[in-house]
Write a protein that binds this ligand. Sequence first.
Ligand SMILES: [Zn+2]
Length: 416
Amino acid sequence: MNRILHILKRITGVFLITLFVTFLSLTSSAQAANILSMRIGQQVSSVRIVFDSDKAFNYNVFLLSDPKRLVVDAIDCQLKKNLHSDTNNLISSTRVGNLNDSDKRIVFDLKKPALIKKVFTLPPQGTQKWRLVVDLALSSERDFEAKIGTKYAISSSKTQSVSTASNEKKSSSWFSSSSSAKPQSRKKIIVLDPGHGGKDPGAIGAYGKIYEKNITLAMGKELKSQLEKKGYTVYLTRSTDIFIPLRQRVKIAQKYKADLFMSLHADSAPNRNAKGLSIYTLSETASDKEAAALAERENKVDIIGGVDFSEYSKEINDILISLSQTDCRNKSSKFASYMVSEMKKSVKIVSDTHRFAGFAVLKAPDIPSALLEMGYLSNKGEEALLKQSDYRKKLATSAAKAIDKYFSDPEIAALY
Ligand SMILES: [Zn+2]
């Protein structure tokens, strides 16, 4: 009996292996890649086009003149549906045609001369599928004219496996002047900033005598662990009860090259009925008097800590703010709106929407940033809630969802 079982097992094993091999060869041959969608992200003088596909595919990307066009030939590729065509500063229209039975040609009409800076493929990551990324940058008419035609095409070689590294190498050999920046296939980096700490307790609960600095740290740790489970790289500006000046917090975010920075706080107000959660982004002028007063309270921390927050003159502060490009502020606002809509779903006490104020801690000129006031410690009900780890867990879950939505927003995702 045992022998029969043994033989049966062996036969089944061989059979399974055969099946598996057949399955592999079926899926790896023949089937064309499908382009599922196209996204276009715009910076000041450049445009990034991203094709999402279910598989990597080979390509030729080149420029044509009269009229100016960018051509992307997708080899052995099908389109799932019509590509949503976006116009912007650089692209006036998009057309799709059949190059032959198996290959597609996607043509972008250009409003201005441009150069192909980089073309590379990114493997699936998180919710993202395969991506072919084409970076275009505005150029002079002369530079454009010098790169016209298929002989300047950036192509994936059919024998070469389509990988980020090989294409990066290939594209930089075409454009020795192109930046050495690597395509970003890295995990998104988030820096969370638990407000206050050490000698600065922040707001003090009116009833339970709890300190804001402890609530923000507990929330920071909870959100960090939830985000790490989703595959983000997360750093805290502080993970213990220490004092860190506001400027330092911003520098920490810059040091880690954060893609997103969020400062965590809980407010207090003389009016004990005041309650609700709000999310703030940077602005030169506060959206209302309350927001201005809050910014002043939070900013004062540095003076309390013996560090002169006016280390930078008003003038330099203004320059810092203006450096925070409109682009970055728009991203912060976009993130804030995802936060508001997610928080509203799970937390009933949201009374405020997205507000604007001049928080020092949000003045990282190049990192989308927001400040979350989780609620009022001066309100009996909210103080009791914020003390509960279950409640903080719920807040963190909503915040993590908002962060996911932010990074998969077409405009934001196109940048990665
Ligand atoms: Zn605070």
